[in-house]
Design a protein around this ligand. Sequence first.
Ligand SMILES: [Mg+2]
Length: 291
Amino acid sequence: MAPKRLLVVANPNASRVSTSLGSALGALFSAGIALDIRRCLSGENLRDLILAAGTDVDGILIGGGDGTVNGALPALLEAGKPVGILPLGTANDLARTLAIPTDPIRAAKIIAAGHSRRIDIGRVNDVLFVNVASVGLSVAIATAQDPDLKKQLGTLSYVSAALRTVGKAQPFKATIHFGDRHESVSALQIAVGSGVHYGGGLKIAPDAAVDDGLLDIYAIGIAPIHDLVALAPGFIDGNFAARDNVRTFRTASVLIETEAPMPVNTDGEVTTETPAEFSLHAAALEVFAPA
Ligand SMILES: [Mg+2]
């Protein structure tokens, strides 16, 4: 159903907020939607803002990237209102997964049209994620990414950081437990995805879905450097999972253990560590998305 009144929470630091937020809000206003516009500050503040809007609004618009959506997740799940996504960040993988365009006016029109769908939300230990949680290489790449370069180059900054990081990557031993299976792997990276895209447009697996109630797990094994460098286009076209040194699993819940605790990155931020227990809240979040 088309929303009549939206709470608008925008991250003032999102990379495209100054250039795109105004035209998106203009398009929503022209569509006859009343807007309650707020600035999001700290996580605590964000939660209060979202929950205080309560019954006064029939949708919550989040302006920002995946990090902004991730930060709002606990409050969004609690509020239970449909969520509009204005992809204004550097990484907009959730929007990409949902086929929400980065053009602000087109994204606003999708919200105004009011078509919604329900998507799965991942959980690792006590942390929620919308796209992916990972251990190993991607944590090192995220740490190596220069924030200024990230604003300028977007996905290319990820590739650039990846190229600088893979040469120094050390494999680690892990056990992946799910169902009756206990898979031992020696990996440079293990990633667990809920959606389709991550890392600024890189594809988890060609047939991954954000509403199938399943997590896609892949473990990248030890490989020669030239193979690792070649992984970048593999990620982008989604043929990554077909490579010899990649093992993939699909399950609704999984436990990943490593010899020593290792940091876990959720949607771009290090938030928890191994042992990492993953589960999925199936169809937990209602989002405005193209029909
Ligand atoms: Mg899935």
